[in-house]
Design a protein around this ligand. Structure first.
Ligand code: ZN
Length: 218
């Protein structure tokens, strides 16, 4: 399945790369017993991991805990390389929420071995993604209040203003290494409250002005 992002000018772009930022909210770093990063921690997921809202999430089996991570997701609309933080906002076409599903036990094992993260972060169905809302200037500077509920119980709640590396710094730093292209996505990191999902759970994420998106887990 190829998912698209609608840009401000009505064009539709197929989703390109998925960049993800780790350890970007202080309280989440404490709860997973990690150290503060001295720089931007970046990893990638395959776009083939995306799951549209309303589709069932097929959870991995027999690999330990599968944690939800609620995240703001940016869609790039204008290409750029070496973008300054001051110009970063010009490159955002749309925003939504997504879930960075993480095989937490496997992640801890990979961390101990100092092995790459793909098996714990970029597995099948690891990137449930909401529907994009066209970006309006100033929105991210105001901050977005986002929540995640499992079976009606709130598990995560935060303002995107609590990010340690804000969206403009993230875009600027990524663009020093990669030429960002229309259709590229950026998952911006999870606040505290991460926890396990089980088959039969219903997970729902929401933010004012963006929408509410749900997935059944199987
Ligand atoms: Zn994450």
């Amino acid at each position: 399945m190829t998912m698209h992002v609608s840009l401000n000018d009505g064009r539709k772009e197929p989703i390109g790369r998925i960049f993800c930022v780790g350890k970007n909210y202080v309280e989440h770093i404490k709860e997973i017993d990690a150290v503060l990063p001295d720089g931007l921690l970046v990893f990638m997921k395959s776009p083939l991991c995306l799951v549209e809202a309303g589709q069932a999430i097929l959870l991995p089996r027999d690999q330990g805990a599968v944690h939800h991570e609620l995240e703001l997701v940016l869609a790039i609309g204008t290409a750029g390389h070496h973008i300054s933080p001051e110009r970063a906002e010009d490159h955002v076409a749309a925003i939504t929420l997504g879930i960075d599903l993480t095989l937490r036990d496997l992640q801890m094992e990979l961390r101990r071995k100092a092995w790459p993260w793909e098996p714990c972060k970029s597995f099948e169905h690891s990137a449930p993604l909401g529907v994009f809302a066209p970006y309006r200037r100033g929105w991210l500077d105001e901050g977005i209040a986002m929540t995640l509920h499992v079976n009606g119980t709130q598990r995560q709640q935060a303002s995107t203003r609590e990010m340690m590396q804000g969206p403009w710094a993230i875009i600027s730093t990524l663009s020093a290494t990669w030429q960002l292209r229309p259709g590229d996505l950026i998952f911006t990191g999870s606040p505290a409250g991460v926890g396990p999902l089980e088959p039969g759970d219903q997970v729902t994420i929401a933010a004012p002005g963006i929408g509410q998106f749900s997935w059944p887990c199987t």
